[in-house]
Design a binder for this molecule. Sequence first.
Ligand SMILES: Cc1ncc(COP(=O)(O)O)c(C=O)c1O
Length: 382
Amino acid sequence: MKKILNNIPFSVTLKYTQLAQEMQSKGIDVIRLTAGEPDFETPREVSLSAKKAIDDGFTKYTPASGIPELRKGIANLLKEKYSLHYDPAQIVVTNGGKQALYQAIYAITNPGDEIIVFTPDWVSYVPQIEMCDCKAVFVETDAEENFQPDVEKITEKITERTRGIIINSPNNPTGTVYSKKILEEIADLAIEKDIWVISDEIYANLVYEGTHVSFGSLGKAFDKTITINGFSKSHAMTGWRCGYVAAPIPIAKEIGKMQSHLTSNINSITQKAALKALTVDTSYMKEAFEKRRKIVSDALDDLGINYCHPAGAFYFFMDFEWVKEAYPTDDDLTMDLIQNYGLAMVPGSAFHKPWFMRLSYASSEEELQKAMGILKDFKQKH
Ligand SMILES: Cc1ncc(COP(=O)(O)O)c(C=O)c1O
C-alpha cells in the first residue's frame, strides 16, 4: 500500500456531517451547519439542459480538456467578471475544483518539493500536496489580522524546494477576502522567487463587500498564476462535479494530458449543464447568503462571541478559546455541541486552528435563528 495514504485523515467535515445525519435519521433534532454546500436547488434550466443532452445522445467521450464551447464560455466569463485574459486553450474543465487543484499541484512539482499553505487552511490542500509526494509548508495567518497573510512570514518559509503558494480568497474556513495590497505583495514575491501561485477562487462569486480581485487580474504575476474555479458554489452544482483550471499554455497542456489518462474527460452531460449555467444569473443566492450573514453576525455580536469578519464565502470562523478549560480538545467541544445541544459545526483543529469553530450559513434563516438560540443557551451555561 502507498505509505502516504496511511497519514491522510478522513475528512473531518464529513465525519461530523455524517454523525449529525445519523442522529437526524433516528429522529433526533440536530441543526447541521457543517457542510460547505449551498442549500439551493441547482437552477432548473441547468438541470433541463442536462436532460436535453441525454435525449440528444450527448453521451460519449468528449475532448479531454472539455468541449470547445464550454472552454470558450469559461474564458469569456473570466474576462467579463474577473478581468482575466485567458484563451480557451488555457482552460481545462475538471471534475470539480478539487481535481483542478490536485492536477495543478501535480503539474508544478516533483517529489520532495514544497508548497506553501496558509493556516487556517481548507481540509484538502495538505492531503493533495502529500499525495503528490510533496511537503506542505505552513504559514500562519493571525486572527488579530483578520487572517490576512503576511508577506514577511511567507518569505521566511521559502526555500530552494518551494514550487508554489496556494492562496484562497474568499477563504474557507475564515470568510476573509484578501486585500488587493496583500495580493500585490504576493505577486511581487512570486516573481522575485520564481514560484507559482495557485489561486483557488471557488468562492469568487460570493464577495459581499467590494468586488472580488482575481489574483491573475493584477497582471504582475499572470504568467506564474494558476487560477482555480468551478460551478459548485456559484451555481449550487456540487454534485455535478464541474470545475476548471486556467493556466499558462504549457501547464494547461500538461494538465489536459494528465486528465486524458486519469478520467478521459469530465461527464459529457455535466459539461452541457455547465454551459447552460454560464448564462444563469444566481445573484438571488448571493442575496440570500448576505441576509443570513447579517442574521448570524448580529446574533454573535449580541452574544459577545468573536469571529473573523467574513467579507466573502459562507462561513463564520468563531473564537471558542473562552470555553477551552471545559473540554480536553475542540473535538470534544464539537461532540458536546452536537450530542447535547443539537448543533453541528466543524472544529478549528480540522483547519489547523484549534479552539475556533466553523459555522456554514448555507442553511435556511429559520435554522440559523435556531442555531443562534442554541449558542445563546450554550453561552449562558459556560
Ligand atoms: C476552498 C475550496 N476549494 C475548492 C473546493 C472544491 O470544490 P469542488 O470540487 O466541489 O469544485 C472547495 C469545496 O468545498 C473549497 O471549499
